[in-house]
Design a binder for this molecule. Structure first.
Ligand SMILES: [Mn+2]
Length: 311
């Protein structure tokens, strides 16, 4: 059986994998594809699973995704944002892997070293990266040290499952609380004075995570490793957290040009002869712009004619 070379020992590839969760908007699937494409280029032996509520999209058929699974429906929550976060948290425990690296969709894998991460799970249950005061709203306003929820490296074991389940339950509790008018009685947020800030914090899964895992709090007694910031670089300018070259970039800025970025991948496919992937990407992008007149379609009004030259 082929193995992923990881220094002194090897881990069977089927045992390790990336998990992405992209739901609620096509754009999140676009982001997951763009990140997964970098992961597959850098770590071709590590399988990737996508959890989504829109498996029919052309992008879900791209070969960077070894497996696409439908999420279990979340009901009874009004906020679409909250539903998306619950999809994510509930999917983590459905990973097909013994050792999982879950990444947010607005990421890019810039390193070949991911297989060595899975080796760290010989010694720990969970590894995460701390947020900083200049990269996180919730870190600033909650006022306590916390982990970023967009990178979770974890083992498949009972303790981790209990922790993940508690995280999802606490998040759901917070999302329901956020929907209430009066937020004076939320015990975990007594130290936050402003009511609207409390509401914003309740709508973030990082806030519920602090109650069950942080650099200062570990009630589930997980064996925990705090990884260097280069593994989940959020754009901090603090020199102390910029000692190492970035290994995984995690930036809000990656959210804005997904169609242009997909075209860049399509161009790379063309150059390397991956023609089936090229035509799938073109088909996807064409479907996003299908409402505009095609160049060879009859033009029936001056307004439509103008539409042909828009950019
Ligand atoms: Mn993110």
């Amino acid at each position: 059986m082929p193995t992923v070379a990881t220094g002194t020992s090897s881990v069977p590839p089927a045992d390790c994998g990336f998990v992405y969760v992209a739901t609620m908007l096509d754009r999140y699937v676009e982001e997951a594809f763009l990140s997964a494409e970098t992961a597959k280029q850098r770590c071709p032996d590590v399988p990737i699973t996508l959890f989504t509520d829109r498996p029919h999209l052309e992008l879900c058929k791209m070969p960077c995704f070894d497996e696409v699974r439908s999420v279990t429906p979340v009901t009874g929550i009004n906020s679409q944002w909250a539903v998306g976060q619950l999809y994510r948290l509930r999917s983590l425990s459905q990973t097909p892997y013994q050792r999982t690296l879950h990444l947010d969709t607005d990421t890019r894998v810039l390193t070949d070293d991911v297989p060595e991460l899975f080796e760290r799970l010989n010694d720990v249950d969970v590894a995460m990266i701390e947020t900083l005061l200049d990269d996180s709203y919730s870190r600033v306003h909650y006022g306590k040290r916390m982990f970023n929820a967009g990178f979770v490296l974890y083992r498949h074991n009972q303790k981790v499952w209990e922790w993940l389940s508690a995280w999802a339950d606490l998040s759901e509790r917070n999302f329901r609380l956020a929907g209430q008018g009066d937020l004076t009685d939320v015990p975990s947020l007594q130290h936050v004075a402003d009511q609207e800030v409390r509401r914003n914090l309740l709508n973030m899964d990082q806030t519920s995570l602090v109650e069950i895992l942080s650099p200062e709090n570990n009630p589930f007694d997980l064996k925990l490793e705090i990884l260097d910031y280069c593994w989940n670089h959020r754009g901090s300018f603090d020199p102390a957290f910029n000692q190492e070259p970035v290994k995984i970039l995690h930036s809000y800025a990656l959210r804005f040009l997904t169609h242009a970025d997909i075209l860049a991948v399509a161009f790379a496919c063309k150059k390397s002869g991956r023609l089936a992937e090229l035509s799938r990407l073109h088909a996807y992008l064409a479907s996003k712009y299908a409402k505009f007149p095609q160049a060879d379609s009859p033009v029936s009004s001056p307004l439509e004619k103008n539409a042909l030259v828009r950019d």
